[in-house]
Write a protein that binds this ligand. Structure first.
Ligand SMILES: [Zn+2]
Length: 221
């Protein structure tokens, strides 16, 4: 487990929630964040509670949810905890998940579209696109499966008619990916009224991915 132990993870998670709120990526109690956190030898995560905004969130408000779904804490975990668990199960290298309803990502997701390779930074999600999963009810098993499947190959995906999910080997990386994908969605939405933008080809994107890996920034560098 993290060298600073659970108290440090709690502080980190609250700090990230406030950061996302401050830069307008999440408003009110929409969106949620989690960090992988074992307890007494049991796999699990710390996750933001349901219905609580970042401004009022304190480290002790975070809920621990075990891999078996049991929750420990003073509040109910976010209703979207099942897809966090599904993502951690599918990606052993991931320690943090960020989920937002950021405006531009949500807008593109409402069209049921993901991001193609129209800009080289799309590679920040670990491939030549950011996929959009089909719509499923929040908190449902179907949504969990769709998220796990999308994140098997990428560090981010859009959720149709909903928002975005980003994963990282660290919380800082997951936040960085979420913020960058939101920004790319804003650019893509600006371009769409002018027609579908030209795309970088497979070789161009492969070169970007290779460069990212050599910088040690890609997910499996
Ligand atoms: Zn959501």
């Amino acid at each position: 487990m993290n060298a600073g132990g659970e108290p440090r993870l709690r502080r980190e998670l609250v700090r990230a929630a406030r950061q996302l709120d401050a830069i307008g990526q999440n408003r009110g109690s929409s969106g949620n964040l989690s960090l992988r956190c074992a307890r007494g030898g049991c796999a699990g995560m710390l996750i933001t509670p349901t219905g609580m905004g970042a401004a009022e969130l304190r480290p002790r408000d975070l809920v621990w949810v075990g891999d078996d779904g049991s929750a420990q804490g003073g509040w109910q975990p976010s209703s979207e905890w099942p897809f966090h668990r599904a993502a951690y199960r599918r990606r052993p290298d991931v320690t943090a998940i960020v989920h937002t309803h950021a405006e531009n990502a949500a807008a593109l997701a409402c069209l049921g579209r993901g991001l193609p390779a129209f800009h080289y930074m799309v590679a920040i999600a670990g491939g030549d696109s950011v996929p959009c999963t089909p719509y499923h009810l929040f908190g449902s098993e179907a949504l969990s499966q769709a998220v796990a499947e999308a994140l098997a190959e990428r560090d981010a995906c859009l959720l149709a008619h909903h928002g975005l999910v980003a994963a990282g080997a660290t919380l800082a990386q997951a936040v960085k990916v979420a913020v960058e994908v939101e920004s790319l969605c804003a650019i893509y939405l600006k371009l769409l009224p002018l027609g579908e933008p030209p795309r970088l080809d497979a070789a161009q994107m492969a070169a970007v991915l290779a460069r990212f890996r050599s910088y040690g920034r890609a997910r499996r560098g």
